[in-house]
Design a protein. Structure first.
Length: 231
């Protein structure tokens, strides 16, 4: 019988006590959107004040490929309203191709410094073109140009071809607005489940899960049931 390997120093050294504010039944609304919005606003404010919540809009997005294998990457959440959270990307990217084939989608917002996280599960829907156009118009010009340059997820022979392509696109649109590329869009999560996690001391965390019971949106109390989960 083999002896279990000793944990490495990278996995064994820290035992951080999650001394967060927690979450009580009185704090949990009947529909999830008010809490998500409040937590996101608090994370943005804390980053501005203390600088310990970098990229508070960063969201880990999980999809599945044609073989049913999970795939996860971190993107920036660019939409959050009653219809659900959403992000932008190339429509030719790996995640877009996976969502076209299998629209199942899960995502997590995590703010470690605040001992808080929000999980989403549901199906993917394309973000409307008007919303995508409005967001694209607000992006920095350099990011707009990069959206034309990058064939996201495709191999490239070094950085030089990307920089040449960027210079060519910059020249192409010199002196005028950069339009949205036709193969650049967004995805939204139409949620069936939402979970709020709040870390507490001694690993006795608070977890609440909203489960869809009706056709309403994230702000509609009649569309959700909510219950506490064991940590």
């Amino acid at each position: 019988m083999s002896t279990p390997a000793e944990p490495t120093s990278a996995t064994a050294v820290q035992r951080l006590d999650y001394a967060g504010e927690g979450l009580t039944e009185a704090d949990v609304p009947a529909a999830p959107l008010p809490l998500i919005t409040a937590w996101l606003e608090a994370a943005v404010a804390r980053e501005a004040e203390r600088g310990d919540v970098p990229e508070p809009h960063a969201i880990a997005v999980a999809t599945v490929d044609a073989d049913g294998r999970p795939d996860v990457r971190t993107v920036l959440m660019r939409f959050l309203d009653a219809a659900g959270p959403g992000f932008v990307t190339s429509l030719e990217s790996t995640k877009s191709r996976q969502l076209e084939a299998v629209p199942a989608l899960a995502a997590t917002l995590t703010w470690p410094a605040m001992f808080r996280a929000v999980r989403f599960r549901g199906r993917a829907e394309p973000v409307g073109e008007q919303e995508v156009d409005a967001y694209f118009a607000q992006r920095p010009r350099g990011s707009q140009i990069s959206a034309w340059v990058s064939r996201q997820s495709q191999p490239v022979d070094g950085r030089a071809p990307l920089e040449r392509a960027w210079a060519e696109v910059e020249e192409r649109f010199a002196g005028r607005d950069v339009p949205r590329p036709p193969l650049w869009g967004g995805w939204r999560i139409v949620c069936d489940e939402v979970e709020a996690w709040a870390g507490r001391s001694n690993r006795l965390h608070d977890r609440f899960r909203w489960t869809r019971i009706g056709a309403g949106d994230l702000a509609d109390p009649s569309a959700w049931s909510v219950q506490r989960l064991q940590p």
